[in-house]
Design a protein around this ligand. Structure first.
Ligand code: GCU
Length: 608
């Protein structure tokens, strides 16, 4: 493969992938926009075997067994010894985490084997992939007893090519999913969210032509709202083709010729209605090669900073946001559906939001596409959370791969304006070097969006009457927008401490207060000085919004958190019961008093 400048611009994510994680070739070729392809869902009830000792993978000498559960073996006669049987084993729903589906798996961390049988007649000359929306945390995938490949990371998609491996009848795909936590993993061993395990997002068979439109990037050129720019990548033997990218509604299009690697850069003028929260205009974009055509729904907008301002479509904007975990409303567990997304984003809109921080990992694609449709701007984050193993090169490769897959999946979403590389990571040389490399990787793959991170802050000598806070994290130098988490009034003093807290920064850059808040159990009432009552949480927010209104460079807020969410760090009986209760709404969508403080603050932000 020749590495001209154009190739470098294309291949960086792939190169980063290849360089970072020894993934099998198939996994790296994830397909963007699976919903627009000819596909068959494998969702539904999968047979499962819970395997805490990984007995289905290792022999008693802890060597990978050649006769593991992936064989889905059946005794040929009564004398044959087979000590497992998928088809008489219980089922679990896919998509879905196992912890919230079965009482005895609530705390379970380990291996669960999934098996799904299917028939499928591939069209002559077509190629076939098995596509996973996500599997937490490590997945090894087998088809008809043969290993296809493996994937690490619980929040990004992967696919394996199975062309020529699928029979018309009686196929079975087996997946070993393991969500055990590891010190060198991403995230690492401690998180303030539940380690939901399983095939947490949809699985499907995707059929494409021999040479298909593998990937594309179609956005407005940075700083030029009248020019659409990007690239297209074909995959297959007929790599050199003419490809027309068109926006029929705008009467705009361009035809390019792909090179020997199936790649072509593109740019063309177009008069477009720009996407914004007030008018989330989406266009049908057709990417038509000679052998394959894909339709994509894209909004076009520009996003940039100027000094301490964030400019959407050239105009300063205040990001009225809220932080959101991918926790399912009403039922708890890992959210995954369009309905889950509409409910969560609908509550954010009721609060007056035009922005959401999707914490602390890439959420499911339904969430981003609903944000596009509903007109909510998005902060998307990689799961580099708290203190990971900064000097471990495999840890970096893992983080880099997850970032690359996240950008690859979501780069055409108008809603996403910010890529966040980390949350609350302790300042150190190796940490900052690690994160700066991720920032550079993302900038190379996507020059159109802004880079940020949720950083911690430091008080410079608080007294009873003054609390000067300076944002001076060295990582700030590499970012476009500064994110800062603070818990004044909860972990840090009483609520009124915010009244004498002043904020300054070493950087002339926009600031987003990416976390602030307090726990409250919905319906628990009492004195405003009594922790866990709605009155205490409300009081924290009253002091917060007053403080926030006086921070010069503040251009956005995402209070912690939209909805209560499960956490293994929150065991207080009768109050937390394994939930972080900092939600402004309960899991049932009941609004706590503090919800209305934020609603009022955002109303004031809309008028001025
Ligand atoms: C942290 C962290 C969140 C956590 C929150 C809390 O700042 O980023 O993941 O849930 O604080 O303590 O509630």
């Amino acid at each position: 493969m020749k590495f001209g400048a154009e190739m470098m611009k294309l291949c960086l994510p792939l190169v980063a992938l290849a360089l970072c994680i020894p993934l099998s070739a198939e996994a790296a070729a994830a397909i963007v926009n699976p919903a627009a392809r000819h596909s068959v869902s494998l969702d539904g009830k999968w047979r499962t075997i819970v395997d805490p000792y990984e007995n289905g993978y290792y022999d008693y000498r802890l060597q990978p067994s050649k006769d593991g559960y992936f064989r889905n073996a059946k005794p040929k006669d009564p004398s044959e010894l087979i000590e497992y049987d998928f088809d008489s084993s219980p089922t679990l729903d896919v998509p879905g985490d196992w912890n919230s589906q079965r009482e005895n798996l609530f705390f379970y961390e380990g291996t669960v084997w999934y098996k799904r049988s299917f028939d499928y007649a591939v069209r002559p000359g077509a190629r076939l992939f098995v596509y996973f929306g996500a599997a937490n945390y490590e997945a090894i995938v087998y088809l008809n007893g043969e290993k296809l490949g493996a994937h690490t990371g619980g929040f990004t998609p992967f696919a394996f090519e199975v062309t020529g491996k699928v029979k018309p009848k009686d196929n079975f795909v087996v997946v070993k999913v393991d969500n055990k936590r590891h010190r060198d993993a991403v995230p690492t061993v401690n998180t303030d969210w539940w380690n939901y395990g399983g095939l947490t997002r949809g699985v499907s068979l995707i059929e494409v032509p021999e040479t298909y439109v593998q990937d594309y990037f179609v956005q407005l050129q940075k700083g030029s709202p009248g020019t659409v720019a990007g690239w297209v990548k074909l995959n297959g033997p007929r790599a050199t083709q003419r490809v027309t990218v068109s926006i029929p509604e705008a009467g705009a299009s361009v035809t390019v010729s792909t090179d020997a690697n199936g790649y072509a850069a593109l740019s063309f003028p177009a008069k477009l209605t720009l996407w914004s929260p007030e008018n989330p205009k989406l266009y049908d974009v057709a990417i038509a090669a000679e052998t394959d055509t894909v339709h994509e729904s894209i909004g076009f907008r520009t996003i940039e900073t100027r000094g301490a301002d964030i400019l959407l479509n050239g105009k300063p904007i205040f990001l009225r946001g809220v932080s959101v975990h991918e926790e399912a409303p009403f039922r708890a567990g890992r959210a995954f559906s369009v309905e889950d997304a509409r409910t969560l984003l609908g509550w954010a809109k009721e609060m007056g939001c035009n922005f959401v921080r999707l914490a602390h990992y890439p959420h499911n694609e339904n969430m981003l596409r609903e944000a596009d449709r509903m007109g909510l701007l998005v902060w998307s984050e990689s799961p580099v959370y708290w203190t990971i193993d900064w000097e471990n090169k495999d840890t970096f490769a893992n983080a880099s791969n997850q970032v690359a897959e996240s950008v690859a999946r979501d780069k055409n979403r108008a809603s996403i304006i910010l890529w966040s590389v980390a949350n609350e990571t302790p300042v150190s040389e190796p940490r900052t070097a690690f994160l700066v490399k991720l920032v550079e990787q993302i900038r190379a793959a996507d020059p159109t969006r802004l880079l940020t991170a949720a950083m911690e802050h430091h008080s410079e000598g608080a007294t009873a009457t003054a609390n000067p806070v300076v944002i001076n994290d060295p990582l700030g130098a590499a970012l476009d927008v500064l994110g800062c988490n603070e818990y004044i009034g909860w972990y840090d003093g009483m609520p009124e401490k915010a009244d004498h807290t002043t904020w300054s920064s070493n950087y002339q850059k926009p600031l987003i207060m990416s976390e602030f808040g307090a726990d409250a159990l919905y319906g628990l009432h009492g004195a405003s000085t009594a922790k866990f009552t709605e009155e205490y949480q409300e009081d924290v927010f009253r002091h917060q919004v007053r403080m926030l209104a006086h921070i010069p460079a503040l251009r956005g807020t995402t209070p912690w958190v939209l909805m209560d969410f499960r956490s293994p760090r929150r065991s207080l009986p009768g109050i937390q019961d394994w939930f972080n209760r900092k939600g402004l709404v309960s899991v049932r969508g009941e609004k706590k008093k503090a919800f209305f403080v934020m609603q009022e603050f955002y109303r004031s932000k809309q008028t001025n």
